[in-house]
Unconditional design. Structure first.
Length: 97
């Protein structure tokens, strides 16, 4: 058992590589598919799940995964406070903006 506090790393997890400087932001996918929600809004069908694998609890890997996903045109991040990686998710979003 380990506790996730601050900028954490998980021994033995494979990290997502860093995004090189100068990577251009991609537009949303051309044939992106959406789900119609009861509210009338649409939600992208493709998203990035941020739980349930060792790298999902590694700060650097989560940050890099979120950053890569957003720069490639992704918009749906599947996260929850229960996953305890929200700081890294926020950092990836901040870096993408």
């Amino acid at each position: 058992l380990f506790y996730l506090v601050g900028k954490y790393t998980v021994p033995g997890s494979k990290n997502t590589p860093a995004v090189p400087l100068g990577v251009a932001v991609s537009p949303r996918p051309a044939k992106e598919m959406f789900v119609d929600l009861p509210s009338g809004h649409k939600m992208p069908m493709m998203g990035l799940g941020l739980c349930c694998r060792p790298s999902a609890y590694d700060y650097v890997s989560v940050r890099n995964s979120v950053l890569w996903f957003l720069l490639q045109g992704g918009r749906l991040l599947d996260g929850a406070q229960l996953y305890l990686n929200h700081d890294a998710i926020g950092e990836g979003i901040k870096d993408a903006i």
